[in-house]
Design a protein around this ligand. Sequence first.
Ligand code: ADP
Ligand code: MG
Length: 301
Amino acid sequence: MSTSEFEIIRRFFSEATVIRPDVVLGIGDDAAILSIFPGQEIVAVTVPLTVDADLTPDTSPRFLGSRIVALGTSQLAACGASPAWLALSLTLPEADVEWIRDFSAGLSAAACEYGMQLVGGDTTKGPLNLTLHTLGLVPAGKALGLSGAQPGDLIYVTEDYPNTTPVDRKRYPADSAPQKNADMSRPRIAEGLALRGLASACNVLREGLFTALRGIMNASDTDATLYNKEPDANHGADDAMTGQTGEHCLLSPRDGEFELCFTLPPEGRLELETRFARLASPCTCIGTVVEKPGVIGVAVK
Ligand code: ADP
Ligand code: MG
């Protein structure tokens, strides 16, 4: 069966998502034209779905569609960005209409949920490859990054650690993951927005807490001390162990992949608690940022 690229785009992508007022020109022309207000910046994230981790022959296309949007959006959330637009690069071995319909339904549902518009892309024939460009908006200078953590900052995760169950991505059955684990597969968008102007650095867990934390620590040239039990009121480091070597730390296996790990200057603590209480979202303080061992000039007494 031959279905032209044009027909596929028309049927499954051109009206798949919400229509945003800031899209001057969407699908159908040479390029999309997007309008932003003065004082805004665009945050851009590219997400490939890799064959090994995400694309197995029995993975449902509907799940893949929603998952690729959630992956990109969760990274926007870690930047404190508000999700806005998507562009999809789709390479398929053949024009399998049922597959594309189901994939588009998953992508469409997730994009609509997060208020995003699919504004363009490309559709080609070849070995299966899915890449999504995800764009979000943030007030100028307010995007969260990896490199702002300072010694003395508190380390948090957007999770109620003692009460969470482990997520093992590889055990996701073809169709059930989003339904079964709805909250765990929700990008922490509102939480990311609430961290604007408050967190000093932020990362999305994806590959687990230690990888996310290491990303922040490396970029910020700092080290981390993690509590190995519930932190006390003073956040004392008496019961601490280092994050870099803490394989026995109780926190390590509990990695909800879309949770955010962030650092916070201690004076922001009350404001954080207020904002997260308003969202009815949990967050847990799990440690402290410390000087990297061997940093010259720290041990001034
Ligand atoms: P052609 O390959 O015929 O030159 P284009 O690649 O320019 O056509 O695609 C036509 C329009 O459809 C463009 O606006 C493009 O952004 C959009 N488009 C193509 N593939 C997709 C897709 N998978 N998802 C969303 N938009 C798409
Ligand atoms: Mg094309």
